[in-house]
Write a protein that binds this ligand. Structure first.
Ligand SMILES: [Zn+2]
Length: 233
């Protein structure tokens, strides 16, 4: 189930339940209006219905939580399957901390994507990558073309920094190391922090390289799109 914002609802039935919703259709991948059938209550806590894309007819299940008075609870409208479109990445607050303008550019790219504006999305992403390189590289390299900037990035940024000091934490006198002396005294917060440390390490060392390799192989095997209006063969 995927939560969709109440602001996506364009029209409601007299009882307040959604009647028309604008979403990126998971079927035809364009921004489309969905029209809901009459809702049915289940167990006094939810109402459900089906709606279909006015462009391609793709049906989508719709579920809404209700309160004791049969009114919609705010921001509890869910669809299955998820609409097309993307949520902002997790950890976007770190991008915001690095640079407010970069975070806004990223936000614009996601919004454009969610409006099915593919060309403007791609241009904004390119602008984002240029801004990111310019922010991270030393001044004398900021005017290089983007491919050169990306090439030089691993040499100019200390990529080992996130991994430094972890050994100290695990050493016998480190913040975590000390705790292992008495396993029974380890509390939830310590277990949580340790698990998060392991997850971040796995993300950096295993997940990131794995996902980039997968992305590169998807790009390599993707069919080349035909140019609009161009001749074929
Ligand atoms: Zn559709």
């Amino acid at each position: 189930m995927h939560q969709i914002p109440d602001t996506s609802v364009q029209a409601r039935f007299a009882n307040g339940f959604a009647r028309a919703i604008e979403l990126i259709c998971p079927g035809c991948n364009t921004k489309a209006m969905f029209e809901a059938r009459p809702w049915q209550e289940h167990g006094g806590q939810v109402v459900a219905t089906e709606m279909s894309c006015t462009r391609c007819g793709r049906p989508v299940l719709l579920v809404q939580l209700i309160d004791d008075f049969n009114n919609c609870k705010p921001e509890t409208l869910f669809t299955y399957p998820a609409p097309g479109g993307r949520d902002c990445m997790t950890g976007v607050q770190h991008l915001q901390a690095l640079s407010g303008p970069l975070a806004r550019t990223y936000d614009s790219a996601v919004k454009l994507y969610n409006h099915a504006e593919w060309g403007p999305t791609a241009l904004t992403v390119r602008h984002l990558l240029e801004g990111l390189c310019a922010r991270l590289l030393p001044a004398e390299k900021r005017d290089l073309p983007l491919p050169r900037q990306l090439e030089t990035l691993p040499r100019d940024i200390d990529l080992t920094r996130p991994l430094q000091d972890i050994s100290h934490l695990m050493a016998p006198d480190g913040a975590f190391g000390r705790q292992f002396e008495d396993e029974a005294a380890i509390d939830k917060v310590t277990a949580e922090n340790l698990l998060e440390l392991a997850e971040q390490l796995i993300h950096y060392l295993v997940v990131l390289p794995g996902e980039l390799a997968e992305l590169k192989s998807r790009i390599a095997t993707a069919p080349v799109p035909l140019r609009r209006g161009g001749s074929v063969g």
